[in-house]
Design a protein around this ligand. Structure first.
Ligand SMILES: Nc1ncnc2c1ncn2[C@@H]1O[C@H](COP(=O)(O)OP(=O)(O)OP(=O)(O)O)[C@@H](O)[C@H]1O
Ligand SMILES: [Mg+2]
Length: 259
């Protein structure tokens, strides 16, 4: 039995619901470089959505503008019923949007526990017991973090750092978790463990937007997928259908140049 397809959200219909996130005509520029050139995208409440696309397609730039790390130069972002265009990332976290950034960005010289506590910075003063309960839940989800709770985060393996980055994001109790390149530099064995955790979180009600280089994983675990190229969405659709779509097979699943 295949561990990925066994736990795939793609096996289930996408939950029909009002979007928790809707992005319209979004544009991001770095000086004269137009990284995102008018992107429309939506994530339904409870949905698991993927974005795939080649290097430099604008995936990270899109996520940065959605999560408030940088300001879009055009278009709009609506999150959880409000216009959040241009809001800073701390304000987005407070509204229930957490980001696991490309490269994980854990605080290397701080302990695993302190990294987790930092994920809950907005409520640590008022809700110590709740934060401790959430840390215990994260250890249940990722037992390896429990074994290394007092270790400096910089000493963790790449896979363990990714677990910590996800757990830290969850400590803010998000409604939508945004993840940039879950698989980057990680062995298939670790991925076969991490992806099912995301599926489990999604089944418990968490909405997830995942940027992923490994198209086969993204298409296996998500309900819907957007394909980006050159700052634009080329097409999108149910992940199950896209997994058999010639355009995706040719460009992203290793069939390029074989016919
Ligand atoms: N800080 C920056 N300053 C200038 N240009 C940038 C900056 N960040 C990204 N770019 C450019 O914007 C475009 C989109 O980059 P982005 O990182 O969003 O793509 P990506 O799809 O995430 O790529 P990858 O798969 O390599 O992570 C690229 O042409 C890139 O060179
Ligand atoms: Mg990127």
């Amino acid at each position: 039995m295949n561990a990925i397809t066994d736990l795939a959200a793609a096996e289930q219909p996408s939950p029909a619901s009002a979007p928790i996130l809707s992005v319209n005509g979004l544009r991001v520029s770095y000086g004269r470089i137009e990284a995102v050139r008018g992107v429309d995208l939506a994530v339904g409440a409870g949905e698991f959505v993927g974005i795939i696309g080649s290097n430099g397609a604008g995936k990270t730039s899109l996520l940065r503008a959605v999560t408030g790390v940088l300001k879009p130069v055009g278009g709009s972002v609506r999150f959880d019923g409000a216009d959040t265009t241009g809001l800073k990332s701390h304000a987005m976290v407070a509204r229930g949007l957490a980001m696991v950034p490309e490269g994980r960005m854990v605080f290397a010289d701080q302990s695993v526990r302190d990294n987790l506590v930092l994920g809950a910075f907005s409520r640590i003063g008022q809700d110590r017991a709740g934060v401790e309960a959430d840390i215990a839940r994260m250890i249940g989800l990722f037992p390896r973090l429990g074994e290394r709770i007092d270790q400096q985060a910089g000493t963790l393996s790449g896979g363990e750092q990714q677990m910590l980055a996800i757990a830290r994001g969850l400590l803010s109790r998000p409604k939508l978790l945004v993840i940039d390149e879950l698989s980057l530099g990680l062995a298939p064995k670790i991925l076969d463990m991490l992806f099912p955790v995301l599926t489990q979180l999604n089944r418990e009600g968490l909405s997830i937007l995942l940027v992923e280089q490994m198209a086969s994983y993204a298409l296996a675990v998500t309900h819907r997928t957007y394909v980006m190229e050159n700052g634009r969405v080329l097409f999108d659709g149910e992940s199950k259908a896209l997994a058999g779509d010639d355009r995706v097979l040719d460009a992203y699943l290793g069939r390029r140049g074989k016919h």
